[in-house]
Design a protein around this ligand. Structure first.
Ligand SMILES: C[S@@+](CC[C@H](N)C(=O)[O-])C[C@H]1O[C@@H](n2cnc3c(N)ncnc32)[C@H](O)[C@@H]1O
Length: 289
């Protein structure tokens, strides 16, 4: 299997939640006159292999699962399928696995596009070239780190037709990149600017105070004042400036061993009254967890 092992309970949790949403989404829009598209931008390999560690070897026979069913396979197995599927991943081995997965669904094969590309480039292109008068889409952004550029969120929001689940790396990608003393490595600064689409995070996450020492010399002292929760709220605030539908107040903290690494955020681009149904579905799913 091509995909490197990652995951665990929080991965299963996240994927079941998104699957649940997609199921309700395709059911609710079944009789609407739209071509429904699912875009899985960090699609992985279809399945996520699980390492068999010591703890798992103690599990009763049959409780150990060699893999978690990935987002792409879950989307293909929906009762009411999408009219089109776009799976992108930058890793060749994953794309090869996705091509094999496509063969497993002959009845859907013609609807599935698999591309080995950068998710940002392809998604921005997809948003620009699709006719949003006749199409609606659900997009899942499930990166490992700070891979989603702010311009990509802008492109999604501008369609006014996409529902988005975004696994935002609030802990792993933002909080951990800022030292307790407020220092940030140059490359991390650049990645935060790209992901958050603003330089304002510096003022929001880092405090600067004048400190006077024994010799009456005053110096600037910085310290980190953000945590993964406030970072998530900052991002939701940013996204609200571009998503005319909205961004849910409810979001889900995720990460292994109860460490808040990611936040699962739901946003919808369509400002219309009917599109509120999407947010109601997402809210109900988030509340049920
Ligand atoms: C967390 S995994 C996705 C897991 C997937 N949703 C699943 O359920 O199996 C992140 C994936 O993003 C891919 N990736 C990382 N950076 C990328 C980029 N810039 N463009 C496209 N794919 C990328 C990785 O190869 C990896 O497969």
């Amino acid at each position: 299997m091509a995909q490197r092992p990652f995951g665990g309970k929080h991965t299963e949790y996240k994927l079941s939640l998104v699957e649940n949403y997609l199921d309700r989404y395709t059911t609710a829009l079944k009789y609407q006159p739209f071509r429904l598209i699912y875009f899985d931008a960090f699609a992985g390999a279809g399945d996520i292999p699980q390492p068999k560690d010591v703890t798992q070897s103690l599990l009763p026979m049959g409780d150990y699962k060699p893999f978690i069913v990935g987002s792409a396979r879950r989307a293909l197995a929906l009762i009411h399928p999408f009219d089109a599927y776009v799976f992108t991943d930058k890793k060749k081995a994953n794309v090869d696995s996705l091509m094999k997965l496509r063969e497993e669904y002959p009845e859907l094969k013609d609807r599935i596009d698999v591309h080995r590309v950068d998710a940002n480039t392809e998604l921005q292109d997809f948003c620009a070239r699709t006719n949003w008068r006749s199409c609606r889409a659900a997009v899942f952004l499930d990166p490992f780190g700070n891979n989603v550029a702010w311009e990509t969120l802008e492109a999604i929001a501008a369609t006014k037709a996409i529902d988005l689940w975004y696994l935002f790396p609030a802990g792993l990608g933002v909080h951990r990149q800022i030292g307790k003393d407020g220092t940030v490595h140059d490359t991390h600064e650049a990645s935060l600017d790209r992901m958050l689409g603003t330089r304002e995070w510096r003022d929001a996450f880092i405090d600067t105070n004048d400190v006077t020492d024994l010799f009456d010399v005053t110096q600037k002292q910085t310290s980190k004042v953000a945590d993964p929760r406030s970072i998530t709220e900052f991002m939701i605030g940013r996204m609200r400036q571009i998503f005319e539908g909205g961004v849910l107040d409810e979001w889900l903290p995720l990460g292994s061993n109860n460490v808040h690494m990611y936040s699962l955020i739901f946003a919808w681009a369509n400002p219309g009254e009917k599109a509120k149904l999407a947010s109601k579905l997402a809210k109900a799913i988030l509340k049920s967890k």
